[in-house]
Design a protein around this ligand. Structure first.
Ligand SMILES: NC(=O)C1=CN([C@@H]2O[C@H](COP(=O)(O)OP(=O)(O)OC[C@H]3O[C@@H](n4cnc5c(N)ncnc54)[C@H](O)[C@@H]3O)[C@@H](O)[C@H]2O)C=CC1
Ligand SMILES: O=C(O)C1=N[C@H](C(=O)O)C[C@H](O)C1
Length: 260
C-alpha cells in the first residue's frame, strides 16, 4: 500500500476547510498533519475534531495552529483569506511543499508571488475547483473566438458570508472572454472587465451560481453553473492535491487534472 499523502489544511475552520477536514480524515490515502486558522480564530489551540463534532469524540490529537513553523508535509491545501496568503506561499517554497489553493480576492502582487513560487514548487490555484467550471471556461474561449460580435455578461450569486466581490470564478470566466483586461468597479455590485459586465448578488446560503450570457443579433446563449453543495469544492481540491503530489515545479490548472 502506498504511503499516504501528508496534508496541511489552511483555513481548516472555514466553510470549505471543515469539509476538507472531514474528507481528509475519512480517506486513508491522505494523512492530516496540521490545520491552520487565523491568528484571531476562536478555534486556535483546540483539537481539530471539535470543528466536526462539538462533543470532543474522536480527537485527532492535532490542535488548530496559526503558524506552520517546522511543520513538514507533502501538500498544503488552502481555502483561507488573502491576508495570510503570501506568508503561506513563502513557507511552501522554503519547505518544498506543493501548494493547492482556492483562496479568492487576491491582489496582483499575490498572483505574481505565486508565479514566482511555481519556479520552485508545484502550484495549483483556481478560483473554482469544479471541473465543470474549467470546462465552461474552455468553452467560453472558443465561443469568444467564433462570436466576435457577441455581447457577454456574467451574473454571480453567492451566500451572504462571502467576503470578496465579485467572485473569483466570475473574474476567471470574464478573463477567459477578455484576457489581459483590468477590472473596474462601476457600482456597489457591478463591475466591468474589458467588455464583459459582471453583476454580483449576495443572498441567503447560496453555495454559488454563475451565469454567462452571450447576446447576438439573432440569438442568445446562456451558460449556467450552479453548485448545490460546497463539498464539491473540497473534493475537487483534494483530487487536485492527489494529482499534484510528486509533480515537478510549475503552475498547473484544472485542465491538467482533466487531462489526467
Ligand atoms: N476555489 C474554489 O473552488 C473555492 C474558493 N473559495 C474561497 O476560499 C476562501 C475560503 O472560503 P470559506 O471557507 O467560505 O471562508 P471562511 O471565512 O468560512 O473560512 C476562512 C478560513 O480561513 C482562516 N483564515 C482567515 N485568515 C487567515 C490567515 N490570515 N491565516 C490563516 N488562516 C486564515 C479562518 O480561520 C478560516 O479557517 C475564500 O476566499 C473563498 O472565496 C470558496 C469555495 C470554493
Ligand atoms: O466563497 C465561495 O463560497 C465561493 N468562492 C469561489 C469564488 O469566489 O468564485 C468559488 C465558488 O463560487 C464558491
Amino acid at each position: 500500500m502506498p504511503q499516504p499523502i501528508n496534508v496541511i489544511i489552511s483555513g481548516v475552520s472555514g466553510r470549505i476547510g471543515r469539509r476538507l477536514l472531514k474528507l481528509v480524515i475519512d480517506q486513508p490515502s491522505f494523512k492530516l498533519v496540521a490545520g491552520l486558522v487565523s491568528p484571531n480564530s476562536k478555534h486556535l489551540g483546540k483539537d481539530l475534531s471539535l470543528l466536526l463534532n462539538q462533543d470532543g469524540s474522536n480527537p485527532t490529537g492535532l490542535l488548530a495552529i496559526d503558524s506552520l513553523a517546522g511543520v513538514k508535509a507533502d501538500v498544503v491545501i488552502d481555502f483561507s483569506q488573502p491576508d495570510g496568503f503570501d506568508e503561506l506561499v513563502d513557507y511552501c517554497v522554503l519547505s518544498q511543499i506543493a501548494f493547492v489553493s482556492g483562496t479568492t480576492g487576491l491582489n496582483q502582487d499575490s498572483f505574481d508571488r505565486l508565479s514566482q513560487a511555481a519556479k520552485y514548487i508545484p502550484v495549483m490555484w483556481t478560483s473554482n475547483f469544479s471541473l465543470n467550471i474549467q470546462i465552461m471556461k474552455n468553452l467560453l474561449q472558443i465561443l469568444r473566438q467564433t462570436n466576435e460580435d457577441g455581447v457577454f455578461s456574467i451574473t454571480e450569486t453567492h451566500h451572504i458570508h462571502k467576503k470578496d466581490m465579485p467572485s473569483g470564478t466570475a473574474i476567471s470566466l470574464a478573463q477567459a472572454l477578455s484576457p489581459e483586461s483590468n477590472m473596474t468597479k462601476v457600482a456597489a455590485d457591478a463591475f466591468q472587465l474589458g467588455d464583459v459586465a459582471i453583476k454580483a448578488i449576495r443572498e441567503g446560503e447560496v453555495p454559488g451560481i454563475h451565469e454567462v450570457t452571450c447576446q447576438l443579433p439573432a440569438e442568445t446563449m446562456t451558460f449556467k453553473h450552479e453548485s448545490h453543495d460546497p463539498a464539491i469544492f473540497a473534493q475537487g481540491a483534494l483530487n487536485a492535491a492527489a494529482w499534484i503530489h510528486g509533480k515537478t515545479s510549475g503552475y498547473y490548472d484544472l485542465n491538467s487534472v482533466l487531462m489526467g
